[in-house]
Write a protein that binds this ligand. Sequence first.
Ligand SMILES: Nc1ncnc2c1ncn2[C@@H]1O[C@H](COP(=O)(O)OP(=O)(O)OP(=O)(O)O)[C@@H](O)[C@H]1O
Length: 679
Amino acid sequence: MKGLSDSVSCLAGVGPKRQENLQKLGIETVEDLLTYFPFRYDDIQAKRIEEIGDQEKVVLKGVVIAEPVVSYYGHRKSRLSFRMMEEHAVVSVTFFNQPFLKSKINVNEEVAIYGKWDAKRKSLTGMKVLGTKDQDIDFSPIYHVSKEVRQQALVELIKVAFTEYGDLLTEWLPEELIERYQLMPRPEAIKAMHFPKTSEESHLARRRLIYEEFFEFQMRMQQLRHQEREMGQGRQLLYDVERLKGFITTLPFELTEAQKRVTNEICRDMRSHKHMLRLLQGDVGSGKTVVAALVLYAAVTAGVQGALMVPTEILAEQHLASLNGLFDPLEVNVALLTGSTKAKERRHILAGLADGTIDIVVGTHALIQKDVEFSQLGLVITDEQHRFGVNQRKILREKGMDPDVLFMTATPIPRTLAITAYGEMDVSVIDELPAGRIPIETRWIKPPQLETVLAWMRTELEMGHQAYVICPLIDESETLDVKNAMDIYEKLHHYYGPTYEVGLLHGKMKPSEKDHIMTEFKENKCQVLVSTTVIEVGVNVPNATAMIIMDADRFGLAQLHQLRGRVGRGSQASHCILVANPKSEMGSQRMKIMTETNDGFVLSQKDLEMRGPGEVFGARQSGLPQFMVGDLVADFVVMEAARQDAALIWSEEDWWKNKLYNGMKEKILTGEAANPWFD
Ligand SMILES: Nc1ncnc2c1ncn2[C@@H]1O[C@H](COP(=O)(O)OP(=O)(O)OP(=O)(O)O)[C@@H](O)[C@H]1O
């Protein structure tokens, strides 16, 4: 029988290769495909020519006013040019190497052209001719795609899926909620997300799906809490206070008041019968790693093992080194387990974890693989909680382990938002930086001043310091980002070489290559590191005192703050230069705020205030759960409503016995989460 959980390979035109490519986008079943929503729409009506930024991709509609001309040059190269009258202005359009398009361009006829805008020349470099009658020129959905799966192909496939499976889509939200919020029915909303007829319709569809997504999330957070209670009492970890105090006296610095406070909060949880489910928040550089070390050590003195899970191998190694440094005077056996741990070493570590001779293990997801057994796992700490979620926790439980769990994040989230976003989790905050830090000085410059900055950076390098140059996300496609980073790398290599070594780090590199270049940078064998945002989380190179962030307006405030936190980690004065030419007033404001404050909480509060509901597709804040349709910040009100609705339902005893909730029972109690929000 046909079902939405059928593999996409059941669809006409999907062979093994295509299936594999879709899988890379996270699309395995027909339902995955139908709910693979566009992240924005190209809305051509909205823009006037004066508002289009230079090099921005747009669709322009107009009447062709001069016969198109094709001229050939070079080896099989051609240029097709014509002029069209847009609403108020004459625009010249050029297509390269597509002479055959000439037949589609007729004088006095209306055309719609998708292309890149050159603001100075008032001309458009065409990329596509669109039919003007087509409704989709107004609302062309734009999906996150890959090199192998293109926009158009994806749209066609979604159409096929709708024809064959569309009528199997069902409603699961309770009637009372649909009525209360006047929500569009689910099947209709899903269809309108892909093929909206009007902007109004697309708005209503999004509204419905945002609520649905947040509501499911909140229902599952409640479910987690509920299971927590069902599980009954957790284990008390009776740690040795004297040994812990002794450890604190060996630290090379005095703990801040905030560090003491959160350590107490966590220790209290460990000592109690309750399972710990706590989020530790601290601004970049606030000293979370030390707190992690303290509580891991506490767990060890209670006779159990601890695990520290981090998202990348680079970070795992770095944390291992920090822990080993801190534990130096103590008898603690710490091991490292990642995807690249060699087989023999791995066997050795697994044996040590199973027989309890290893006290603490630091690692990546490799830690929760099937064959990893612990003797007595009592505490799991995960750094950057969004990468480790409910599902992994389930895996640990299924191994017969039920450790206390502490999530750590460097994203400073305003408290109200944190409570809503993390449902029922307890939250501890380190809201103080260690004394003696020199605040990072942040400056904002326009691209033409870059030369001056590069010259200034040379003086930093001459003082023996190191620098980061961060390249932005350019496009939906990672390939272009990498190319951009490479261009900048080439340029700097030319500029600083051979006196200074320039390195390149990007997401497409193999883990071993990344490790290699990171190590070179740490050991100061390379002085300038050009990088895409892969370095964002947690890298600690105190000798790096300068950072240049290219096209800084493409990043969200929270992300800029995270990036900036990579400098200013030592005792030297540090600088962060934002290179940006923002196209909007809001963009300029954001750059300005960055230069005015170093306080992550202030920044995230500002971010929250500035990002009105208008900017629904805005850059997502890192560190928060990831949603497919909703935006936690812009749609905060919806999230809060969903939280209250879910809490109310769970407060009803055995709500699943209520017939009105039949659809929801299936979805929440038996189904898998549609979106692993924290992964
Ligand atoms: N109380 C303290 N006094 C002085 N230095 C401290 C203190 N606590 C931590 N440090 C130092 O501050 C630096 C940053 O600490 P740590 O790496 O733990 O920060 P973090 O909160 O994990 O930051 P990030 O999220 O940016 O990685 C480290 O070099 C650490 O040794």
